[in-house]
Each structure stands twice: as C-alpha cells, then as structure tokens.
Design a protein around this ligand. Sequence first.
Ligand code: ATP
Ligand code: MG
Length: 481
Amino acid sequence: MRGKDYMAVLQAVTEVMGEAIHIVDASGKTILYNEAMARLEKISVEDALGKPFRQVFGSIPESESTLYQALVNRREIRSKQQTYVNIYGKQVTTINTTIPIIVDGQVVAAMEVARDITEIKDMSDRILSLQDSISAGSRTQPKPPGPDEQESEAPRPAGPGGIRRYHFEDIIGEDPGFLQAVERAMKATSNTASVFIYGETGTGKELIAQSIHYGGKRQKKPFLAQNCAAIPESLLEGILFGTEKGGFTGAVDRAGLFEQANGGTLLLDEVSAMPYELQSKLLRVLQEKYIRRVGGSKDILVDVRIIATVNESPQELIDRGALRPDLYYRLNVIGITLPPLRERRTDIPILADRFVKKYNEEYGREIWMIADAALEKLKNYNYPGNVRELENIIMSAVSMAEEEHVLTADDINIQQGYHEEHSAISEFGREGETLSEYLADIEQTVIRRYLTSNGGNVTKTARELGMLRQNLQHKMKKYEI
Ligand SMILES: Nc1ncnc2c1ncn2[C@@H]1O[C@H](COP(=O)(O)OP(=O)(O)OP(=O)(O)O)[C@@H](O)[C@H]1O
Ligand SMILES: [Mg+2]
C-alpha cells in the first residue's frame, strides 16, 4: 500500500470512530485533520491539511499548545479538559489527549484526540445551579437536568424543598447485627466525625446517612448528596469544589457542593468511583478543612461533615486500587456495615408488614394480612436488591392484590433469582438458532438480571458489566428492556 492509501485508511477509521483527530508530522505539518475536528474547531479540513499547524493556530502560545508540547518537548498530556470559544462565539468544552509518536527514539509525529463534552459540561453546570437555587431556599421543584438522567444521578438535596427526609424512626429491623449498625449511627449524631457506610445496594445507606444528619445538631443546615459514579470524572472536581473564572479553562465562578453544604452534611455515594487523584485531594480537604475552587487561588474554609458510602467491601476496593487506603482510614472514623437482607432474614416479615401498611395508605387499600404461602415465598428469596427490592415487591403486590384483605402468593411477583435464571439459559442448538442469536439471548438475560439487582440504575449496571453506559443504553433499546 502506498503512503497515500494508508492516509486514506486512517482518515476513514477516524471518521467512523467519531473522535476528533489532528496529527502533525515531525516538521509540524498537519498530515491528518478529520471532519470531527473540523466541526469542533470550526476550521475547514482544507485550511488545516498540509499546512504547518503553527501557521493555522498561531494565536495559541507555544506554552499552551499541547501539540507543540508533544512534538518539541515530548510531553504527553492525557484527558485534559479545555474550554474555549469557537469562532462563532459558542463555548466548547473538550477532553483532549495529546501524545508524541516516537519511532526508534525519534518523534515522528504528534497526535491530538479530542472529545466534545460540551453537553456533559452543560449538564453539570445545570446540576450546580439547580443545587444553588435549592440551597438558596427556592421552593419550586427544579426540573431534572436532562431527559436521560435518573433521579440518583443528580445531587439529591433533602429537607426543605428537597426530595426525602429520613429519621431513625423510619428505620425498621430487629436483627442484632443490623441493630448494632443503627446504634453506631445513632452515636454519630452527637459529633461531626466522618462516617463510612458499607452496604450492598438497597440496604439503607441513604436512610442511615439522612438519619444521622437530621438527628444531630446540623439538622437545620443543608444535607446534600452526590453519587460519585454518576458524573464524568473530569467534572466531579468542579462539582465538589466549585470553579473559578479562568482564562484557559473558561469556567464560571461557582460554589461547589462543599461550599453549598457548609455547616451541614455532604453524602458522597460510591466514593470509590472517584478518580484516585481526586481522592487524595479530598483527603487533603478533610485534613485541612480548606477547599480551593478549580482554577482558583483562594483557600476557602469549609465545615462539612462527610458521610461516604461504598457498595463493595472496602478491603476489596483497596486491593483493587479503587479506594485509597489513606482516604479510607480518614473517612472510617465511624464505620458502619449494613448487612444484606438475605443475611437478616428474620427482618423480612417485619419489613413486609410495614410496607403493606405504607402502601395501603398510599393506594387506599385495606390489606390486613399476608397469607402464609405468600410469606414463605418472600422468605425464600435472595433479594439481590435488598430492602429496596422487597419494598418494590410489596408495593406492586398491594396495588395489584386480587383479594380485598389478603396478599396471596399469586400477588407476590418475584423476579427469578440468579441461579434459576442462569440455568434457565438453554443449551445451544435449538432448531434454526444461530450462534449470535444464542449469544444475544445470554446477553439479554445477564443485562436484565443486573439491572434488576441494581434497581434499574443504568450507570451502576454498566460499571458492573464493564461496559460504557452509552453502550448499555444502546443494548437496552435493542432488547426493548
Ligand atoms: N431498614 C429499613 N427500614 C425501612 N426502609 C428501608 C430500610 N432499608 C432500606 N429501606 C428502604 O429501601 C430503599 C433503599 O434504601 P436506601 O436508598 O437507603 O439504600 P442504599 O443503600 O442507599 O442503596 P443504593 O446503594 O442503591 O443507593 C428506600 O426506599 C428505603 O426507604
Ligand atoms: Mg444510596
């Protein structure tokens, strides 16, 4: 193949991938500049291609030109966020990676790959201003930031104008291990030490966190919650610590959640999803009690109680390199472990009773009892989604109950458990079945199972399945899940 053909192949590959790509050769001449990059920078492919890039992008000083830095100083810059105003005056935010391409010790080219995250950044800005307006005491319920976000993805304020408010009296359970955890939480109300809660999804981590906040001296101050897994890594820092107007970053002046929660409590869900670097910044903030906004130079004193949660064992997270041990020890001043529902089965009937009462009221029903067979069914299930799943089962049973006063086994609609469902996948070789149909079947089953056990949370499910969220959403559409 000739060099020209190689270039055509490369050009086609980059167009299909959709990432914006700019490659310069050792002399600084642009040898590849694709349509995606042209759209992003509003410079036509013809204007860039074949020209020395310093001529086309001369307005950017050498020290700030990432391509120049890669080419001349062999500097590799990964995942750097940049915000700039394009020639049409539109503010564009990208995540850029620039690398020198080295062959036999010589820099032969430099490549920049950019991903347009303008929309994601707009979303995070909206989340923050939404948060601002709520802490300012606005009574109007804000619109969710976008059509495709789930409730759990935006920081969830609770309390006045907020969404939920839990107290210790809402916590149900008599299992000794569980009660021990609740007792530790109660003790936490008398101080402001950091709290670390470990429990699978649906075991009541938020319930405990809110009860601690609303049971203590900080109850009149804000309680804010942020799921660290729900926000793109590059934006999390700005959301937590705020941003300051800066020439290069183009960010606006805005307080982050630490400032907004000042005097109150900040719940950091899935803290292990926070990038490792940011975890050490968080540790520093906890030690020094000062934050600095992204792009800012001022230290701001904050007084925020941190409650952090994880839904996998902390030791495993540390071993896997997802959670910094130093941060863990700093957060785990008060450590609380919530047992999964399958390990406190005696609480199943107690919880079920309480949920029947709750949904009687909600749906105007008068269910007086749960039939023995129904109770057996409830007791024998494994509850990958824990108390949340049990609550959902009762909710739908009460709303759909055939009889007026009794919940029967037929009303209890339990999703099949892991093992049953797993073995329900047939052997390959049904008539006329192709391998790809068979594999699609398995894929679909696994996705459904994980979605169910995560209470429908797409972000979490994607992470557990080791795939991109967009990919998962695409597959859900395909399988009509
Ligand atoms: N002990 C309990 N008593 C009463 N309700 C409970 C209890 N534990 C959990 N629930 C209910 O289950 C649901 C899930 O609880 P919560 O949101 O606190 O779980 P979580 O551990 O934060 O889950 P996730 O990891 O998915 O965020 C809530 O509706 C809550 O009211
Ligand atoms: Mg939670």
